[in-house]
Every structure is written in C-alpha cells, then in structure tokens.
Ligand binder design. Structure first.
Ligand code: PMP
Length: 288
C-alpha cells in the first residue's frame, strides 16, 4: 500500500514526498519530532503530544508552523487517509527549513519543513508482555538538552544499536552514576513495593507514557516516589519497567546479563500493565 503523507501543506503518496538536500534536517539534524500512537483511528493523548512538540520547537527557536486546530486537522486527515492500518504510529517532524549550508539560522527566516506520516503501530505481543525483555546499561553519551525531542539522534542510534548487538531490547543510560532513561524509552524501578521514577529534567525526555503511568499510580494509590535513581538502586531493583508510546509498559527482566529478581515480570508491573490497558481502552472507546 502506498501510504499518504503530509508534506508542507499537501497530502501525497509517500513515494512522491521529497525534500531538497539543503533541508537543515538533512544537513544538521536541525529539527524536532513527535510520535503519537493511534488506536482504533484515535490519536492517544494528542494534545499532550502537540504541547510537547510546541515546547521542543520553542526550545530550538523554530516557529510553530501550525496552530492547535491546524495540527488536529493534519492528524485527523492523515489517520483517515491511512485507515487501512489498524493501529498507527503517527510521526511528525518539523525542521528549520531549506537554506544554503551555514550553521547560523537562515536570514531572512525560511519556512519550516513540515512532514507527517503514518506507520503501522506495533505494540508488544502478549508473549513479550508475559516474558519481559532484557536490557543493557551504557554511559549516557548524549548532550545536555535531552528534554527536547530533537531529530539529531546519533547518540541514541549508537546506544540502541549496542542493545541490538547484545541481542537485547533496550539500553538504559547512566549519567554521573544516576539512571536517566532508555535510548527510546523512560525507565521506572520498583523497590519493596514503591514505584520510583527519575525526575523530569534536561537529561531525559518527558514521556507522555511516563505521565500516564504516574497518573495511574497516583489514581490507584500505589506507593510512588519521583526522585533520582542511582545505579546501585537500579541494580538492586525488584522490578524495572520501560515505557514509551509504542512499547507502552514493558518489564525488563534481565540487566547486563543479571536477572532482575526472579527474572519474571513482577506483581507491580502486572498491575500497572492492566491499569494501562484498561485506561487505554476506556479513553479510546469510540464516542457514542
Ligand atoms: N525517552 C526517549 C529518549 C524516547 O525516544 C522516548 C520515545 N520516543 C521516550 C523517552 C518515551 O516517550 P513517550 O512515552 O512520549 O513515547
């Protein structure tokens, strides 16, 4: 199927969507992005994703090319155009635009390049949820603005490939002896029944799924603490979870070849996974 994409105001087949080589996204990785899961044709937490996109744009001083209504319109039309895909992963990217190669911002200002496309959403299989996944740790070699969802992802690419090279699902990053996040996920741990989450700061992406998990924990009176998680706490955890829009909530059952507790997804994970699925089904239920 030749999917439909949105590029700079037009909806067109993917094969016809092209960008000039002088686009600053191509030359410098000068842009930001979002990934929105779409269940049963409905984008999940769309306003929160669009708010984070607006924050990323502001942080890198790219003019937001569309207002909230404009973004909603693009997303709705794109999801409808790709209705053949049951669940979708909506990818949005904005770069600083096309200009002669010079690191400084183009003068006069040029129009941002706006791309949105839809890919099949592949969430973890029931078997994977049941078994959990393995992960490794690595030094967080990224920059100091990890709260910006920037398209320049070279460090994440290298870190994620390390996981693939080790035959595991994710790389958990440590900075100055503290857990930051995964190469493409946020990380939670559980110790003696208490859920621990690293705080939002410039060293991690403020995940939309991270927020949902914290809200669900609070709403269900689960013991919870948001604060720095040391490497020692990570390695002594009873449970480790990773969260992201596409992975949802997944248990990490082995870290650097050492099993986490008994090597099976723990009871707190099972509870949160059930809460997450119930919440998702509740908010995604078609309006009557
Ligand atoms: N951290 C990083 C580095 C990520 O790339 C992602 C997902 N793209 C996340 C965390 C999770 O964010 P979200 O829950 O919004 O998908």
């Amino acid at each position: 199927m030749d999917e439909t994409v949105y590029l700079n105001g037009s909806f067109l087949p993917l094969a016809q969507a092209t960008v000039p080589v002088l686009d600053r996204g191509f030359i410098f990785g000068d842009g930001v992005y979002e990934v929105v899961p779409v269940y049963l044709g409905q984008p999940f937490r769309l306003d929160e994703h669009l708010a984070r996109l607006a924050q990323s744009l502001e942080a890198v001083r790219i003019r937001n090319p569309l207002d909230m209504a404009g973004w909603h319109d693009v997303c709705t039309r794109l999801v409808a155009a790709n209705a053949g895909l049951t669940d979708q992963s909506l990818y949005i990217q904005v770069t600083r635009g096309v200009a002669p190669r010079d690191q400084a911002f183009p003068q006069p200002e040029v129009s941002p390049t706006v791309l949105a496309m839809s890919m099949p959403l592949v969430t973890p299989s029931p078997e994977l949820v049941e078994s959990g996944v393995s992960a490794i740790t690595a030094l967080d070699i990224r920059w100091q603005r990890c709260n910006i969802k920037a398209i320049s992802l070279l460090a994440n690419v290298l870190l994620r490939q390390e996981a693939v090279d080790h035959g595991v699902a994710e790389t958990l990053m440590l900075r100055d002896g503290y857990l930051t996040e995964g190469s493409s996920s946020n990380i939670f741990i559980v110790k003696e029944g208490v859920l621990l989450a690293p705080p939002k700061n410039q060293f991690m992406l403020p995940g939309i799924t991270y927020d949902v998990v914290l809200e669900l924990a609070q709403a269900n009176s689960m013991p919870l603490k948001v604060g720095p998680v040391s490497e020692a706490q990570l390695r002594a955890a009873d449970e480790i979870w990773l969260t992201s829009s596409t992975k949802e909530v997944l248990a990490v059952v082995a870290l650097d070849g050492v099993t986490v507790n008994d090597g099976k997804p723990g009871p707190v994970f099972k509870r949160m996974h059930a809460l997450y699925q119930a919440f998702k089904n509740q908010v995604m239920r078609p309006a009557r």
